[in-house]
Design a protein around this ligand. Structure first.
Ligand code: ADP
Length: 174
């Protein structure tokens, strides 16, 4: 898609983008995994702002400042906990990506970096999550030219291989 989608390996807290997406929990008050890493890197002011938000429902997204992160904003989205796949997990995961990008566009943000939502502690299988992430982002980019660049930031080599394989199917050239 003209370089608007980038799959890479790394630490999402290091990305200098308009917004990094946080795989948060419903309280928005911090947790483990990427959530903990984002709060540590952003500093205590992030938690202060999060306390004012009143939590977030699964599949929805809320925006805050980025504080000490190189990213200007954090978009907090709450992925579904995996319960076997027949409890609406696919649709909720797609909603996370769709609502995060809608919020970015509403705020005039053009570059966004995503971790792999729900595939850590929440147990969503990466093989099933990656195509949902890629397809949903593709649709959002097609619908909204103001979104210039989306990074899928994989935390492991294995995750990146899955993303690259699935991207070949979804974007043609990978
Ligand atoms: P969830 O609770 O939504 O499953 P996790 O944070 O447990 O969220 O995991 C989501 C994904 O983020 C996993 O693939 C995990 O390996 C990855 N991850 C953890 N820390 C980072 C980081 N600093 N940057 C990018 N990805 C990360």
């Amino acid at each position: 898609m003209d370089g608007r989608v980038v799959i890479t390996k790394g630490d999402v807290t290091a990305f200098e983008v308009d917004a990094v997406v946080n795989a948060a929990n419903k309280t928005l008050l911090g947790g483990g995994g990427v959530d903990g890493a984002i709060h540590r890197a952003a500093g205590p002011q992030l938690l202060e702002e999060c306390r004012t938000l009143g939590g977030c429902e699964t599949g929805q997204a809320k925006i805050t400042g980025g504080y000490r992160l190189p990213a200007r904003h954090v978009i907090h989205t709450v992925g579904p906990v995996w319960h076997g796949g027949d409890r609406g997990e696919d649709a909720l995961l797609a909603a996370c990506y769709r609502n995060s990008l809608a919020l970015a566009a509403e705020n005039g943000l053009a570059t966004v970096a995503f971790p792999s939502i729900s595939t850590g502690a929440y147990g969503f299988p990466i093989r099933r999550a990656a195509p949902i992430a890629l397809r949903t982002v593709r649709e959002a980019l097609e619908a909204d030219p103001s979104l210039r660049k989306v990074y899928f930031v994989c935390f492991s080599e294995g995750d990146m291989e899955v993303y690259l394989e699935e991207a070949k199917e979804i974007f043609g050239e990978g």
